[in-house]
Design a protein around this ligand. Sequence first.
Ligand code: BG6
Length: 518
Amino acid sequence: MAVARRPDAGSLCDSWLLSLNAMVSRTPLMPAITVDPCTFALFGALGDLALRKLFPALYQLDRAGLLHADTRILALARDPGDEGGHLAFIDEHLRRHVPAREIDEEVLQRFRARLSFLRMDFRDAQSYVALAERVGAGPTLIAYFATPASVYGMICQHLAAVGLAEHARVVLEKPIGHDLASSRVVNEAVAQYFPESRVYRIDHYLGKETVQNLIALRFANSLFETQWNQHHISHVEITVAETVGIEGRWGYFDQAGQLRDMVQNHLLQLLCLIAMDPPSNLTADSIRDEKVKVLKALAPITPELLGQRVVRGQYAAGIAGGRAVPGYLEEENSNAQSSTETFVALRADICNWRWSGVPFYLRTGKRMAQKLSQIVIHFKEPPFYIFAPEQRSLISNRLIIRLQPDEGISLQVMTKEQGLDKGMHLRSGPLQLNFSETYKSARIPDAYERLLLEVMQGNQNLFVRRDEVEYAWQWCDQLIDGWTRLGDSLKLYPAGSWGPVASIALITRDGRSWYGDL
Ligand code: BG6
């Protein structure tokens, strides 16, 4: 799998690429994946998530030969109408959400043959009798809940009543509750019928290829591990910026806000993967134990610190993607009084030996200047400085991990500018690995493809354990309580920008700036 050397090879950058390629080619070939058959029952099969993400992911698994010949997919929803109509609707969406070049008519036919629709009211016990008949004595049942979390417990109870819970796995979509108390209610209700070992809580960021690469990058390269602490790292940035607005999800989003929708799960998971200690092996619980330790070590952001450490924003009208877009309060079905945040920037501190004194700056928002998810690790300056004083500000190594788009990893290093007239002029340049360019032949799978495959294989590594969800809520709850108590005001930002000015002040106050903001 070595990548051809570029004709202009010879630079430092190439040697980096070549060494990585060498590492790739030395890795023994993985055994071919074998996936057991299952009956995949999708609750909420006509909802947005199922149509946009889950059916396309199942189709891609089929296309990659990763669905067992006996795997069946049951689409479950309570919508009236005949089976044929619903299947045609699913088909139509599949074609819309899978790139045309990846539509293979033969695979599509096979996929359709696996798929059936059952109309059922999730609250009605009789519906589950019909479901049990349809499932029969088939292989392992995987019940995927693409429904509100408030009905997870009830579905589990009904599944158990008709004898379907015994060996089944349940997959729970986020958000699990809207605070610690409500998440406990949901988790408790599910736990009455399913042991933790058969519960798969989705955080789709954990299925992203580059997010999984964080584990490889950190623990397969001793180069980084020795540097990965407060002696060598000055601070860490995690940015998850979106250009989309609310996209018809006002009802849900206005109750949640960006902190609950993105920070409580995706951003804290990324923070955990960056900050955790090396697990002793790759089993799900070893990794999750380490993540939990990080969550437990997060310093609370007390009301006294809120003003300095957290910024809540809401987008106003502006220009995004070259067109005028409305503000949050002017979106369809909006409530003009809403004070829900669409942006959060905060400074988190981890109280342990490894990270003491290393701030983690997190920011995420809707309708921002660019779609960008990126982690930047800023290394400390050298302990003693020997170059021209005016170049001092240049000196700092950064490791940039780009999650999306243009997945890749880049290490900013200092080199000397070339040329007789340049003396010891320094410049910062990247040693980079761009996944899509370097591994051209390999398609980067969508996060849901990976996650569904892992559920089918009974592997919980990429799923969130109950205590992780609950510790993450606990930390967010104290922040939200502070906001409520102080009546924290929202800072407006124009759509298409990098967020409120206050979010720049949040980091410049510490003598730093957000990396790469234009
Ligand atoms: C979801 C949030 O979990 O993640 C959405 O509910 C958000 O509000 C989405 O838009 C972002 O996911 P991605 O994969 O597009 O970064």
